[in-house]
Design a protein around this ligand. Structure first.
Ligand code: HEC
Ligand SMILES: [Cu+2]
Length: 489
């Protein structure tokens, strides 16, 4: 069963890299000699594998010959932050979720050393999908805290593979973040590109619901029911937004190594405003061109490549879209450079179109807005903050994000926002009636649409009181009377 790597596959692969790569590979390098069977590829010398934290990947293998590659990976159980104020104990390969990226080439002989840090509480192991052998190495690598295990394997099949912990209860180990990617490059390496990044989706199950503060324990029942509270890229909400956004320049080709650790959900991976020029489907040899959204199974991966033609913020999402805007499956790629109006001309005309008297669409109203029971007793400031936060986490967070930081180019910030702090009646009006057209917030322009939020006067007062009393804003206390006054203007 091991003889899977046939010469015709190697040749086909080389051809798919284009004539230039093929010629250089064949003309000037002995190492490009192809073997009937990857098992016959000789290894010379030893090398310590470079391991990287997401979203970065190690140096490409290029034309290096097959080697004995030493991978030294340490399991760490450590507390991290899922989203602002929400703590979670992650179990990790190398201290990050996903675990360290491992980059190899076909024919490498991997000597895999797995260490379980003495401070850890549990035994763990590793199942690498790149292994041909029982359990993908799971049995041979089972290791207790304060111990280490060494096993070895030869990489026979090029491709992008998931690795994960396979210690019982397997689902729980994966749900706590124990997964990562191992790349096996083909003979001669993948075609060079300008930027490469490492992204991995995972679903998380916590006792509290999304955004509920404090240390959150893993919730087994929610995991069994597949009711994820968080669906995120790279272990937590906002791992690649704001200052941590991915970057590229106009004209560059970007390659994303995208994996899905699960444990449960499959990913409909999509980049808003981009088309994948190439997708290495399921991380294998098959290359599909011109793809909008690619499906990445739990325990699977894909390599996607695209050239960025225009500047802007491109949003990476799981297009099962509530996961993106309500559970965290959202990352940002910021592209800098010259505009190109031939590719995209932005807004070229705006006129008035009023079929039913309103340009701004309303969210469907769920209840009656003017409940008679309104005149109960006024809420204390603490109650307003609490209800306001709940409302914020249920309604506004999708766009303005958990810390009110917004998303550059798409959703303006509410944290330390000059626009917000300037005029409370205007802010109330925006929440009641929505907003479109260009505005400038903290020196950055936004030109988008916020839909009217169908909230009662009290809800608007609470949510804005929460916003004004968080993240460095001016501490305005917004009352239902103020909201009513704006509503009746
Ligand atoms: C569907 C996405 C979306 C949701 C949900 C949303 N907003 Fe907005 N919001 C926007 C956009 C887009 C703008 C900018 C509109 C423009 O460009 O004219 C905006 C602008 C604002 C502004 C003025 C700009 C600033 O930064 O101060 C305030 C205040 C605001 N929103 C508050 C809220 C509050 C409070 C909620 C929840 C009750 C909310 N928004 C929900 C998308 C959203
Ligand atoms: Cu484990």
């Amino acid at each position: 069963m091991i003889i899977k790597f046939k010469r015709k596959n190697v040749v086909k692969l080389l051809f798919s890299f284009g004539a230039a790569a093929f010629l250089t590979a064949c003309v000037n390098d002995q190492s490009s000699k192809t073997y009937e069977n990857a098992l016959d590829i000789p290894v010379s010398q030893e090398m310590i594998a470079e391991l990287t934290d997401p979203p970065f990947v190690p140096t490409p293998v290029g034309k290096r010959k097959a080697k004995k590659l030493i991978v030294d990976l340490e399991i760490q159980e450590r507390e991290g932050e899922m989203v602002n104020g929400v703590k979670y104990v992650y179990w990790t390969f190398g201290g990050t979720v996903p675990g360290s990226f491992i980059r190899t080439r076909v024919g490498d002989e991997i000597e895999f050393k797995l260490k379980n840090h003495p401070d850890n509480k549990l035994p763990h192991n590793i199942d690498l999908h790149a292994v041909n052998g029982p359990g993908g190495g799971a049995e041979s690598s089972f290791v207790a805290p304060g111990h280490e295990k060494i096993f070895s394997f030869k990489t026979l099949n090029p491709g992008l593979y998931v690795y994960h912990c396979a210690t019982a209860p397997v689902g729980m180990h994966i749900a706590n973040g124990m997964y990562g990617l191992i790349l096996v490059e083909p003979e001669g390496g993948l075609e060079p590109v300008d930027r490469e990044y490492y992204i991995m989706q995972g679903d998380f199950y916590t006792e509290g619901k999304y955004g509920e503060r404090g240390l959150q324990a893993f919730d087994m029942q929610k995991a069994i029911d597949e009711k994820a509270d968080y669906v995120v890229f790279n272990g937590h909400v906002g791992a690649m937004t704001g200052d941590n956004a991915l970057t590229a320049k106009v004209g560059e080709t970007v390659r994303l190594f995208v994996g899905n650790g699960g444990p449960n959900l499959v990913s409909s991976f999509h980049v808003i405003g981009e088309i994948f020029d190439k997708v290495h489907v399921e991380g294998g040899d098959l290359v599909n061109d011109n793809v909008q959204t690619t499906l990445i199974p739990a325990g699977g991966a894909a390599i996607v490549e695209f050239k960025v033609d225009v500047p802007g913020s491109f949003i990476l999402v799981d297009h099962s879209i509530f996961r993106a805007f309500n559970k965290g499956a959202l990352a940002v790629l910021n592209v800098e450079g010259e505009e190109n109006e031939k590719v995209f001309a932005g807004e070229i005309y705006e006129g008035i179109y009023l079929p039913e008297g309103s340009v701004i669409q309303s969210m469907p109203s769920l209840g009656k807005k003017d409940d008679k029971k309104e005149e109960v007793k006024a809420l204390s400031f603490e109650e307003k903050m609490k209800f306001g936060k709940d409302k914020y986490m249920a309604t506004c967070v999708a766009c303005h994000q958990a810390n009110g930081q917004g998303i550059e180019g798409a959703f303006p910030p509410l944290a330390k926002a000059d626009y917000l702090n300037e005029d409370v009646d205007r802010a109330i009006d925006i929440v009641l009636n929505g907003k479109s057209g260009e505005i400038t917030v903290n020196g950055k322009k936004y030109n988008s649409v916020m839909t009217a939020q169908a909230l009662s006067d009290e809800d608007v007062a609470n949510v804005l009181t929460y916003v004004y009393n968080s993240w460095g804003n001016n501490k305005t206390d917004v009352t239902p009377e103020m909201v009513k006054a704006v509503r009746n203007r």
